[in-house]
Design a protein around this ligand. Sequence first.
Ligand code: MG
Length: 209
Amino acid sequence: MAALSPAVAAAWLADYAQVVAQNADLLTDLDRRIGDADHGSNMHRGMSAVAALAADDFDDAAALLKKAGMTLVNTVGGASGPLYGTFFLRLAKALPADGDIDAAQWGTALRAGLQGIIDRGKASVGDKTMVDALTPALEAYDAAVADGADVAAALRAAADGAARGRDATIDLVARKGRASYLGERSRGTQDPGATSLTMLLDSAARTLG
Ligand SMILES: [Mg+2]
């Protein structure tokens, strides 16, 4: 893989911003069914601000990813801004500043990001949240690394694991956030946060691998 640099990190963020823009209506529609119909517009606003950050303004990739996290916390309302912002802040803190980062180091950083989301959102596996995509993603990532996968292959495994977790949220009853007010009626809809989180890891697999 290419060594991590501000330009490589910016390519990941720009790719994700584009995917979010293309899928904003889908994310908002899912949130309309079980939430408050703002997930697509919130993520679109936040990632547009993140994509506007200039790689040249940062000494290393971790500094850019930290700024991305702060930008999401500051520009996105609702739960998703603080949750995605915390993911990037913890990821940035756990990553070597830039350079050649191996699969184990990426795994440690991604796990730190997941823990940040759990600390912030207090969600567990099975609550029908983004944790239900990220947890199987990291299990698949670690299994791939144990089998000798490089960063690219491990990130692809993670994205596929996230997609399986995302699909499994359809049958779950929400136990966190606004969707939990619906109780049984939340069953049958794919979780919007698990959906956008899967898109983030798919972007990572395409741009970081
Ligand atoms: Mg919402």
